[in-house]
Design a protein around this ligand. Structure first.
Ligand SMILES: Nc1ncnc2c1ncn2[C@@H]1O[C@H](COP(=O)(O)OP(=O)(O)OP(=O)(O)O)[C@@H](O)[C@H]1O
Ligand SMILES: Nc1nc2c(c(=O)[nH]1)N[C@H]1C(S)=C(S)[C@@H](COP(=O)(O)O)O[C@H]1N2
Length: 176
């Protein structure tokens, strides 16, 4: 069976400088370990909120590491240093706006400031990039909402077959 490589990118000036531990990157890895039954391998990066660094990291994870999926955390808000959505859009050839729409909508159940996240998603060639907010607790809140559609999206871009632990999260595949 093909092992899916999944990129995890934390963009945070403070986590990358070691001022605090990167709990959000860890939360992505823990969540994917919970969700996925099929074998997968994480390729992890914790970087500053610098736009060129984010773009180069995303390109490296997709073009060289061959990740079928890259999940980012942080840098989606309105602060001046928050540029993850712009970096994502710059490296993608097609955007997937439904991800941001759904995550913002679901996140409103948890925080009234959900609308402050400009999180998006898009395709670079045959890889999917999904932005999550920076707060550790937002990771599961957002992934629980959008992950059911991710395995089918990866099927459509001809990536590896992602199988989930159905008691934790059920992947929805409209066509067999
Ligand atoms: N990767 C992370 N690991 C642990 N806690 C985080 C992380 N990212 C954000 N947080 C927490 O969430 C709070 C708000 O997140 P926010 O995205 O504003 O981070 P931030 O302060 O912009 O990070 P930075 O300024 O270092 O890039 C932070 O103050 C921090 O307590
Ligand atoms: N699910 C969820 N979404 C959330 C949050 C949260 O706690 N949970 N925090 C919001 C806040 S306070 C901000 S400022 C934005 C942007 O966060 P970021 O700059 O860390 O990416 O995400 C928003 N979306």
């Amino acid at each position: 069976m093909m092992i899916a490589k999944i990129g995890i990118v934390t963009t945070s000036d403070r986590a990358s400088a070691g001022i605090y531990e990167d709990l959000s990157g860890k939360a992505i890895i823990d969540t994917l370990n919970d969700y996925l039954k099929s074998p997968w391998e994480s390729v992890y990066r914790c970087i500053s909120d610098d736009r060129d660094t984010i773009e180069n990291t995303l390109k490296d994870l997709i073009d060289n590491e061959e990740c079928c999926l890259v999940v980012t955390t942080g840098g989606t808000g309105p602060a001046i240093r928050d540029v993850t959505p712009e970096a994502t859009e710059a490296v993608c050839d097609r955007m997937m706006p439904g991800f941001g729409e759904l995550m913002r909508s679901v996140s409103l159940q948890y925080v009234p400031t959900a609308i402050l996240s400009r999180q998006t998603a898009g395709l670079r060639g045959t890889s999917l990039i999904v932005n999550l907010p920076g707060k550790p607790k937002s990771i599961r809140e957002c992934l629980d909402a959008v992950f059911p559609a991710i395995p089918y999206c990866i099927d459509l871009i001809e990536g590896p077959f992602l199988e989930t632990n159905e008691e934790v999260i059920k992947a929805f595949r409209p066509k067999k």
